[in-house]
Design a protein around this ligand. Structure first.
Ligand code: SF4
Length: 239
């Protein structure tokens, strides 16, 4: 399945100090026909809320290799019910920050923008506070922190792949498409499935689990890096 990129048309022209407010009137329209992307931390939080391992959660509740929440036939998010979001305290970042989106540049500069609202949304936009006020209300900091940590890890993985093949960067779109087309419930990699790599208990602090998961993935990367011959050395050895 092809998933649209929700942030592709967003102007990231706001900072944390910019004027912003949004009052949700629970019309639930933002929980339909969307690809809610999740990272390993968000999978972990949702899995623990349901009393599942991340492996079970990915099998039962996700698509695209574990990177997108599953939707029902009618387009509703798998967690939407009559009352609203059934996993509200552990909802992913995209849902917390909605209708904003966040961008962090390669230089680490952060900016925010408005997503296009649903044409019939009952949410009320205003200027009664700031972006920072809204972020505080939505308790997003643990999500930003762990998203940034996995972003650093992802960049390390890419650097190693590029060392093996300098054209790897050009293939990112194709690789994303391959993952998006995986059958529902399959796991793209151990990167998404924390419980396949780290032994934990349901009570462990998610931040600490992420720390251990990242260390395990880094150990694998160090091993892979040691095994990889840079593409130019392979070519030289073939001459
Ligand atoms: S996780 Fe909850 S808030 Fe997010 S789309 Fe699903 S139902 Fe809506």
């Amino acid at each position: 399945m092809a998933y649209g990129d929700l942030v592709a048309r967003v102007d990231f022209d706001m900072t944390r100090a910019s004027s912003f407010s949004y009052n949700c009137h629970a019309c639930k329209r933002c929980c339909r026909n969307k690809a809610i992307r999740v990272n390993p931390y968000e999978v972990l939080r949702l899995a623990r809320r349901l009393g599942l391992s991340t492996t079970e959660f990915i099998e039962r509740k996700t698509e695209a290799g574990g990177t997108v929440l599953r939707s029902a036939e009618d387009g509703n998010c798998v967690f939407l019910n009559e009352q609203g979001c059934s996993v509200h305290p552990d909802r992913p970042l995209a849902c917390r920050i909605y209708p904003l989106a966040r961008w962090v540049s390669a230089e680490g500069e952060e900016s925010f923008g408005h997503l296009a609202p649903h044409p019939q949304t009952e949410g009320v936009y205003g200027n009664a506070g700031t972006v920072q006020d809204y972020l505080d209300q939505q308790v997003v900091e643990p999500y930003f922190r762990n998203s940034d940590r996995y972003g650093v890890l992802y960049d390390k993985m890419l650097a190693i792949l590029e060392k093996a093949d300098p054209h790897e960067l050009d293939r990112r779109q194709d690789r994303r498409k391959e993952i998006d087309e995986l059958p529902s419930g399959s796991v793209a990699s151990a990167f998404m499935d924390i419980d396949s790599m780290v032994r934990t208990s349901l009570q462990d602090d998610p931040d600490k689990i992420v720390e251990r998961h990242i260390k395990e993935v880094e150990k694998c990367l160090i091993w892979i890096d040691g095994e990889i011959m840079p593409a130019e050395s392979i070519r030289d050895s073939e001459v």
